[in-house]
Design a binder for this molecule. Structure first.
Ligand code: CUA
Length: 313
């Protein structure tokens, strides 16, 4: 996963990109003018003397300095006003937003789609799906320390504070993959705290949402059944939820549809059965400091468990 702050994927990040280029353009212009005058002054210096105080040359110099101060003031006002205007656009309250509750943990993101009907709430982790064109309003808080949600391709950055709600609006202009990262140092694994964001056409988004509302897939083979039994007989259930099974822990990411996700450990590893096995048996080796403890399982049990998790699409 990677991000490019200058590749805008929507109108809000476009606003920031535009502001960036205004600042860069004006600053570059000022730089060239200043260096130009400096070169000019250095070339004239040889044998030149300061003009007498009351001479026309001295008056010209005073006027030039006055004009430069005036131009500088105008430039600063232009920059301040464009900054203010961009901020108004970025921070505006969106119309008819999709509301998503985001809770930052050391070191993963809990994501819940808010719906007035509690049976239509979707819980997931580290992966944010959004419909193209519709504003998504993130209502964000943190569970432990201060984190910061930074989605440069869809908007800017906003801190998540324990016990306090902050909001950030995302709008994706086209379908595709985007990335958000934690942008506030929050401990050992701050660098492994990413959100894979997937923007869908509205119909695709509807299908994804409906699939997420379903309980965890029933095991379709004896191997997968064994995997589920291993899970339900292990300590996994104390931290993780899989709707439709006995697993209902809430301290770790919801795993009801973990097999549909692209990454393991908030962007630490691509998601496949072999890497799930590696993650389950040695999370500290992959993400030192993570609060997930290692689970020692016999080889066949571990494989069955990983296959079962991967089958939870
Ligand atoms: Cu969370 Cu840095």
């Amino acid at each position: 996963m990677s991000t490019n702050a200058l590749l805008s994927g929507g109108p809000l990040s476009g606003e920031i990109a535009q502001l960036f280029w205004i600042f860069v353009g004006i600053a570059a212009f000022v730089y060239v003018v200043v260096i130009g005058f400096l070169v000019f002054a250095l070339r004239r210096r040889e044998g030149a003397r300061a003009a007498p105080a009351d001479s026309p040359a001295a008056h010209r110099a005073v006027r030039a300095i006055g004009i430069s101060v005036g131009v500088t003031a105008v430039i600063l006002v232009v920059l301040a006003v464009s900054d203010f205007m961009s901020n108004r656009v970025i921070a505006a309250t969106p119309q008819d937003p999709l509301r998503v509750r985001v809770t930052a943990h050391q070191w993963w993101w809990e994501i819940e789609y808010v719906d007035p009907d509690p049976t239509r709430r979707v819980r997931t982790a580290n992966e944010l799906h959004l419909p193209v064109g519709r504003p998504v309003q993130l209502e964000m808080t943190a569970d432990d320390v201060i984190h910061s949600f930074w989605a440069p391709e869809l908007n800017g950055k906003k801190d998540l504070l324990p016990g306090y709600l902050t909001t950030l609006t995302l709008i994706a202009a086209r379908a595709g993959d985007y990335t958000a990262e934690c942008a506030e140092f929050c401990g050992f694994q701050h660098a492994n705290m990413r959100v894979a964001m997937v923007a869908h056409d509205p119909a695709d988004f509807g299908r994804w949402y409906d699939a997420q509302l379903q309980p965890g897939a029933e095991p379709a083979s004896p191997d997968l059944l064994r995997g589920r039994d291993v899970l339900l007989g292990s300590t996994c259930v104390m931290c993780h939820n899989i709707t439709g099974t006995g697993a209902s822990g809430v301290t770790g990411p919801d795993l009801t549809h973990v097999g549909s996700r692209r990454w393991i450990g908030a962007g630490a590893l691509p998601n496949d059965p072999a890497r799930l096995s590696a993650w389950i048996s040695d999370p500290q080796g992959i993400k030192p400091g993570t609060h997930m403890p290692a689970t020692q399982l016999e080889g066949k049990d571990l494989t069955a468990l990983s296959n079962y998790l991967a089958s939870l699409k």
